[in-house]
Write a protein that binds this ligand. Structure first.
Ligand SMILES: [Zn+2]
Length: 290
């Protein structure tokens, strides 16, 4: 009995604090949910993106934002008229606290199955601990994936098809998802990008991630090869979500999220930063961080 009371107490205790800085707090501010196109909805916070992809047979939720914002995400989903229990699949773009922190709670609230690739699954189960760059510093509530996904797999639910693409670098398990959206008679190639930032990672002699530079190179090469009409990403700022949401509201006839040029320049800009940091580190002392 005592144990049961303790367990209940534990279950109701707040999870590990994951909003740590003023920057996080700003990212976690609420944002009014809206339809991006067709069956794709933005249900995330001001900057930690979360997407609801709907079908007649149930829905997919991509990413969990912070642990503390899980109720906010749930409210957003309900505000749009969808039910938590209709969410059948949970996905994650990469296992950092600002995208994976809310997954444990959202999994509980939906009963959905969490799909992840092997490296992502390891990090999700560890709650972000033993991160190759941050160690245990940015831990989040651990969550256990139910199904393994592999590069180029297709996730199908009703008439939704999501293609899985392994795009490591920012984390070892970073994943990009692709789908096609229909609007009237037109079809659009939609991509959900993972983070591409190099931060202050050691790119040349990283004992915890020896292939990091090669992985980034391959990821950028792959992303450059894609034909993309609508690019969405793990952070709203990547694709100017707020400006585009405003524009969509004021002129619903033209969808500002259709932005192939924006995609190209976002990829090239990030690749340039990576190449510059790599060159600098290669030129400097072997273990230079910048
Ligand atoms: Zn990250």
């Amino acid at each position: 009995m005592k144990r049961l009371i303790l367990m209940i107490l534990f279950a109701t205790l707040p999870v590990t604090a994951q909003i740590r800085t003023e920057f996080d707090r700003k990212m976690a501010e609420p944002f009014e949910p809206f339809e991006i196109i067709d069956n794709i909805y933005y249900v995330g916070t001001a900057d930690a993106a979360v997407y609801l992809i709907t079908s007649e047979q149930g829905h997919i939720l991509l990413d969990g934002a912070f642990a503390e914002t899980a109720p906010q995400i749930e409210d957003n989903i309900k505000k749009l008229g969808f039910k938590m229990e209709d969410i059948k699949i949970l996905l994650n773009n990469h296992a950092h606290y600002d995208h994976a922190g809310g997954l444990a709670l959202l999994k509980k609230r939906t009963g959905a199955k969490l799909y992840a690739n092997r490296k992502q699954a390891e990090q999700l189960k560890r709650g972000g601990k033993q991160d190759f760059a941050f160690g245990d510093e940015i831990a989040f509530t651990p969550v256990k994936p139910d199904r393994r996904i592999r590069d180029k797999d297709e996730i199908r639910l009703g008439d939704v098809k999501l293609v899985v693409n392994y795009t490591p670098g920012h984390t070892k398990g970073s994943t990009t998802f692709k789908t096609t959206a229909k609007n009237g008679d037109s079809f659009y190639q939609v991509v959900f990008l993972s983070s591409l930032s190099v931060l202050d990672y050691d790119l040349v002699s990283n004992p915890n991630y020896r292939d990091i530079a090669n992985d980034f190179r391959a990821t950028f090469g792959f992303l450059r090869s894609l034909k993309v009409d609508i690019f969405l990403g793990s952070h709203a700022s990547f694709f100017k979500m707020k400006e585009k949401a405003e524009a969509l509201k004021s002129a619903p006839g033209i969808n500002p999220f259709v932005d192939p040029e924006g995609y190209r320049s976002f990829i090239l800009r990030n690749e340039k930063t990576f190449l510059e940091k790599l060159a600098k580190q290669q030129a400097g002392p072997a273990k230079a961080k910048q």
